[in-house]
Each structure stands twice: as structure tokens, then as C-alpha cells.
Ligand binder design. Structure first.
Ligand code: ADP
Ligand code: MG
Length: 240
């Protein structure tokens, strides 16, 4: 689904991604963790070209991104993304947030877009909030709306960038539960998170990043019981 080969990125002089090599199989669930500033967001944002890179190769679902900027729109149609801050349109209802892009970007007939939206709102257990505005919902509910909004674009890959770190503790579980269901449904997922319970439950692989590199890639069992690198050990001691 995703292939990164020798990917490098600089912000001016600052070498933020250093030789990233990663291959993600269909339906694989990958959790990415590591200290703040290690390049996690930058790496996953490269996948839908929210960030550009300067060196290396990137292929998403068979679509070659390197040196072919025309393919950006094709890739973005396949990749959904959920951010820490939900980025919903505050002046639109939940239902309008979900149908906006399908109707105006994808030219989906309104009735069909509404039906799909209700389907995905049911999927994230929030159908009863369809006519509310984001400001009337809790953080956990807003994040579930954001997930449903992504799903309305029929992505084949979902990227999550710390989707629960802006939430109060009591709301984290309702969002993680929805993500677990999505994983069980077979979605290919890359999730930047420090929720290690989630990693244990659904990740096929945990990547640990530090200083712009993937310094460890392992199954959750091995990563948690026997981290290979000193830096991953230190990190786990701090968060567990
Ligand atoms: P993480 O998500 O792991 O916390 P990021 O990918 O956000 O890390 O950032 C990696 C590094 O790149 C950090 O040192 C950060 O300050 C730097 N960085 C991020 N975005 C920019 C930018 N737009 N311009 C310059 N430096 C940036
Ligand atoms: Mg980040």
C-alpha cells in the first residue's frame, strides 16, 4: 500500500527525515511513536503530500509520487487523515461537514452523499448528532465526526496524527474504540499515538522514531517487552 525508499526531507538546513524506509502491506496497522520533534507528523504528512520531500521514492497504492506531482490529487483521494485538532467547519452542521467534499469535490449526488454520511455517522456511533454544530459536541464526539468525515471520501488508507492527545481522558476511549473497529474492518492504518494500549491491541507493527529516523520497527509484543534501542527503552520508561 505504501512504499518509502530512502526518503529525506529538510526544512531549510534542518534535516528532519533521514533515510526513511518503510513498506506497508494492505490492511496493515502501524503505530508510530517517539519523542516530540522526532519527525512523526512530518513523515506521515509526506504520504498525502501535505509535506514535500527532497530525496527518495514514495509510492502510495501503486501511484508513484516521486517526480510526478500530477498524482498528488489521485493519492489524496485514497488517503484519509485525522488530526489532533479536529478541523471541522464550525459554521456547518455535522451532516454538512460530512457531505461538503463528497458533493462539491467528488460530485456525488446529494441524496447519495447524505446516505453515506449517515452510514458513517452510525459507524462512529453518533448518528443522533447529525444536525448539531461542532461547537455543541464534546471533543470525543467531534473527533468521531472527523473520522466519519474522512470515511465519507472512501479512503483506502487512514492516517491518524495523535488523534486523542487533545482530548480529556474520559473521551479517549470512545475515539480509540472507533479506531479499533476500523482496524478490525480491515482498513490500512498508520497511527501516530502514545496510547500504548491501542498499540498492543491492534498494531501489527510499532515504529519508534527518534531524530528523524525509524530507529526500531517491531511487533508490539517485542517492542514492549524487549525494546532493542536504548532510546526506545528510555521512552517506554517515561510513558508506561
Ligand atoms: P513530531 O510529530 O514527531 O513531534 P514533527 O514532524 O512535527 O515531529 O517535527 C519534526 C521536527 O521538524 C521538529 O524539530 C520541528 O520543530 C521541525 N519542524 C516541523 N515543521 C516545521 C516547519 N514547517 N518548518 C521548520 N521546521 C519544522
Ligand atoms: Mg507531531
Amino acid at each position: 500500500m505504501i512504499l518509502m525508499e530512502g526518503l529525506h526531507k529538510w526544512y531549510d538546513q534542518f534535516h528532519v527525515l533521514k533515510d526513511i524506509n518503510l513498506s506497508v502491506a494492505p490492511k496493515e496497522r502501524i503505530v508510530i511513536c517517539g519523542p516530540s520533534g522526532s519527525g512523526k507528523s512530518t513523515m506521515i504528512r509526506c504520504i498525502n503530500r501535505l509535506e514535500e520531500y527532497q530525496k527518495g521514492r514514495l509510492v502510495v497504492d501503486g501511484i508513484e509520487l516521486t517526480n510526478n506531482l500530477k498524482n498528488i490529487e489521485k493519492v489524496r483521494a485514497e488517503v484519509g487523515m485525522v488530526f489532533q485538532h479536529f478541523n471541522l467547519f464550525p459554521h456547518l452542521t455535522v451532516l454538512e461537514n460530512l457531505t461538503l467534499a463528497p458533493i462539491w469535490v467528488r460530485k456525488t449526488p446529494k441524496k447519495e452523499a447524505m446516505e453515506a454520511a449517515m452510514h458513517h455517522l452510525n459507524q462512529v456511533h453518533i448518528a443522533e448528532q447529525a444536525n448539531k454544530y461542532p461547537g455543541q459536541l464534546s471533543g470525543g464526539q467531534q473527533q468521531r465526526v472527523a473520522i466519519a468525515r474522512s470515511l465519507c471520501m472512501k479512503p483506502r488508507i487512514m492516517l491518524f496524527d495523535e488523534p486523542t492527545s487533545a482530548l480529556d481522558p474520559e473521551m479517549i476511549k470512545e475515539v480509540l474504540d472507533v479506531m479499533i473497529e476500523l482496524a478490525q474492518g480491515g482498513m490500512t492504518m498508520l497511527v501516530v499515538t502514545h496510547e500504548m494500549g491501542f498499540a498492543r491491541k491492534v498494531a501489527d507493527r510499532v515504529l519508534f522514531m527518534d531524530g528523524g529516523q525509524i530507529v526500531e520497527s517491531n511487533t508490539p509484543e517485542l517492542f514492549f517487552t524487549n525494546p532493542q534501542h536504548e532510546r526506545s527503552q528510555l521512552f517506554l520508561e517515561q510513558i508506561l
